[in-house]
Design a protein around this ligand. Structure first.
Ligand code: ZN
Length: 186
């Protein structure tokens, strides 16, 4: 018998516990962006939970529900040294785009999300400002898609479009760009 001892669990991205960070009714989400890019897809609020639109086989679509685009970025809290996956809305994606155009990357930026007004569906505002922590001192960016697929309990067949889907219905259309069949991209 041989026992292997290690100083940390052997797990890949997506297997750790990453919290999904959403802006509550009148709350805020803040942190330092460690992702290089925003990734997002169309979601339905379906049977009591958020479910990504599966396009051709989507039950929610068949029943006439419209999917809304949401984007995701890994956020790091320096204070607690924890990483969460932050959900942003379609409108906030424009703020992220503008910041990237000005600063060439979003990694290292400080992100503050606030909800306007007290309504649970009030508009979410994103404020990005250059952070003060050097890139090499930031944690490496986790694989956000992999983490989301695990949170959603799905396998890893997914299409990645080069730009967040702004086409009709906000859906990604890259059906011929399936990147990984079984998670073996690395
Ligand atoms: Zn759908």
């Amino acid at each position: 018998m041989s026992i292997t001892w290690t100083d940390r669990p052997s797990r890949e991205d997506g297997q750790g516990n990453y919290r999904l960070l959403r802006v509550g009714r009148s709350g805020t989400v803040r942190g330092i962006i460690i992702s290089h890019n925003l990734v997002g897809t169309g979601l339905h609020y379906w049977k009591g939970k958020s479910t990504p639109c599966n396009q051709s086989t989507c039950e929610a679509c068949k029943e006439g529900h419209t999917a809304r685009w949401y984007g995701y970025i890994a956020l790091w809290s320096a204070k607690t040294d924890s990483i969460g996956i932050c959900e942003i809305t379609d409108g906030c994606a424009d703020d992220v785009d503008r910041y990237r155009a000005r600063h060439s990357t979003i990694r290292g930026a400080e992100l503050l999300l606030t909800r306007q007004g007290q309504r649970p569906n009030g508009r979410i505002l994103a404020n990005l400002t250059p952070g003060s922590i050097a890139d090499e001192r930031l944690p490496s960016a986790p694989d956000v898609i992999k983490i989301l697929m695990k949170i959603w309990g799905m396998n890893e067949n997914h299409a990645v479009a080069s730009r967040p889907g702004r086409e009709k219905n906000n859906r990604m259309t890259a059906t011929d760009q399936v990147q990984s069949g079984n998670g073996s991209t690395k």
